[in-house]
Design a binder for this molecule. Structure first.
Ligand code: HPA
Length: 244
């Protein structure tokens, strides 16, 4: 591969074998660093390209990687494509944050996404005008919900929306999808589910609620970190197949 180290992909500087079959995907690369250093054992950093850190370590004896994706569908799609097709990742769990669309979905709650609508064009381009309905891997979804029940975590399972616009002109626009029982908004899950489906991999998105469009409440940075830790542990146990 003309001049390039044949073992690295375009955006991930890892040799083959350095990334585990199981990959957790926070948007924020510093969250990947924090999660790997706090929770995994025997951690190595395999990627620093573009500051999008990726780490591999072990969780309860199983190899796990944690790879930052950046924000939004295009950025996540690049990393997930390379993880699936260059590094043969098999189980991908997005660990993110989301904004609540529903009065009973409170800040700090966990949202487990059964499906994700989108206003992004990638699936319109991919499916030539058909509406593909991306869905989570049922085994991962069921295990995450069972573990969340066992741990008495406040969680919700349902549809979310992966939006391209964090800041919108119309402050009421979100209410349309809220009326269709969409639980929350983030910016990536729709693409993760679509790409994983095509590669016959297992995918799930688990998000903590960092803010509410209903109440305008926002978590402080400190509360966000605390809520994130229990959600990442839930995600790790889900990914490695810990039984509830
Ligand atoms: N919009 C989009 N993504 C988000 C939000 C939001 O309000 N909160 C957390 N991720």
């Amino acid at each position: 591969m003309g001049g390039y180290n044949e073992l690295m992909s375009v955006h991930i500087g890892a040799a083959s074998g350095e990334i585990a079959d199981i990959v957790l995907l926070p948007g924020d690369p510093l969250r990947a660093k924090f999660a790997a250093e706090e929770l995994l054992s025997d951690v190595t950093c395999y990627n620093e390209v573009r500051g999008m850190f990726g780490f591999t370590g072990t969780w309860k004896g199983t190899r796990v990687s944690i790879q930052g994706t950046g924000m939004g569908v295009p950025s996540l799609s690049i990393y997930v494509h390379e993880l699936l097709h260059e590094y043969q990742a098999k189980t991908l769990i997005r660990i993110g944050s989301c904004g609540s669309y529903q009065a009973d979905v409170h800040v700090n709650d966990i949202v487990i996404a059964m499906t994700a609508s989108t206003d992004n064009a990638h699936n319109r381009l991919r499916f030539g005008g058909k509406d593909f309905a991306p869905c989570a891997d049922f085994g991962l979804l069921r295990r995450a919900a069972d573990l969340a029940d066992e741990r008495a975590l406040r969680y919700h399972v349902g549809g979310i929306v992966s939006s391209d616009t964090f800041y919108q002109d119309d402050p009421e626009a979100w209410k349309h999808l809220a009326n269709y029982q969409v639980l929350a908004v983030e910016m990536e899950a729709n693409a993760l589910y679509t790409l994983a489906s095509a590669a016959k991999a297992h995918a799930l998105a688990i998000c903590t609620v960092s803010d509410s469009l209903v109440t305008r409440e926002e978590l402080s940075a400190e509360d966000r970190r605390a809520g994130f830790a229990s959600m990442i542990e839930l995600s790790l146990d889900t990914a490695v197949g810990v039984e509830a």
